[in-house]
Every structure is written in C-alpha cells, then in structure tokens.
Ligand binder design. Sequence first.
Ligand code: THU
Length: 163
Amino acid sequence: MQESSEQKTSLIPQQKGELLSKQSIVSRSVVKNLIRSAMLAMEKAYTPYSHFQVGAALLTKNQKTYTGCNIENASFTPTNCAERTAFFKAVSEGERNFAAIAIVGGKEGILTDYTPPCGVCRQVIREFVDPKSFLVILAKSENDYMLYFLEELLPLGFGPEHM
Ligand code: THU
C-alpha cells in the first residue's frame, strides 16, 4: 500500500460543510477488486497505433462494475479512451449513479506509472457524478494506488447544473 498520509487526510468539504474521507467512499477490498477488473479490461485494449493500453473499472452506487478499454482508430480522432468506454457502457445500460472509477495503463500493458484520465474523460465523468465525492483511483498494482476526488482533478468544472 503506497497511499500517502496526504492522500488519507485530503478531505473535500461537502455542501453542508462536513468533510468526507476518501476511504469512507470505498473500502480497501473494493478498491483492490476494481483495480483487478481494470487490469483485466486493459487486456482487451485495441491499440495498434500507440500500443498504450488502458483499462478502467467503473463502480456504481449499487456496487455494479462496468469495465472499459481504449479503442483506437486508423483515423486517430475517433479513438475512445478506456474511461469513456466504461461510462458509455454503463449509461447506455441505464446507470446514472456512480461511486468510483479505477484506471490502469501502460505501454504494451506494462504498468510502470499511474495513468491519469485525459481532459476529455474528466469532463465526461463530470457530467454524471458529484465531483466532491466521486473517487478516481489511479493504480500501478492492487497495492499501489492513489485516490482523488474528481474535484481535485477537475477544479471548477462545468457541469449540468451550470446549464
Ligand atoms: N488513453 C485512455 O484510454 N485514457 C486516458 O485517459 C488517456 C489516454 C488512451 C488513448 C489512446 O488510445 C492511448 O491511451 C494513448 O493516448
């Protein structure tokens, strides 16, 4: 476990002023299961151009998991990231309530570093979650991960409530 003390104590104020701890959203065993699912999903990545494989596992508030991988395209622009694949699969199945997403990635599927979500994926996630409580889990292994609230990765994000 390489969760730093700064990570453990990083609290995001909620609407009524109370503070929420990251580990209160998902237990360690749930985090590990999500990371394992993301690793399995990564094996399905279609990456003939970048060879950079990404896997994601999205947890609903009802404890269901939707996985996704990146799917590249010869025309490059239509490439879909793993996180968006997972979200689009879940939303297209009627899911709207999400708790957390685990993300893993690496060249040829070798996890040498954390893989943070791209800006487009952060915005897509923002559409469907509460940024102050939705957790993004960046992992190198089941025991080596970082936890972030979406709010930390996309401060002052533009969301549906602004429309
Ligand atoms: N990729 C993802 O799947 N998720 C991210 O958030 C970062 C980038 C994919 C897109 C592309 O297939 C490959 O990684 C290299 O950019």
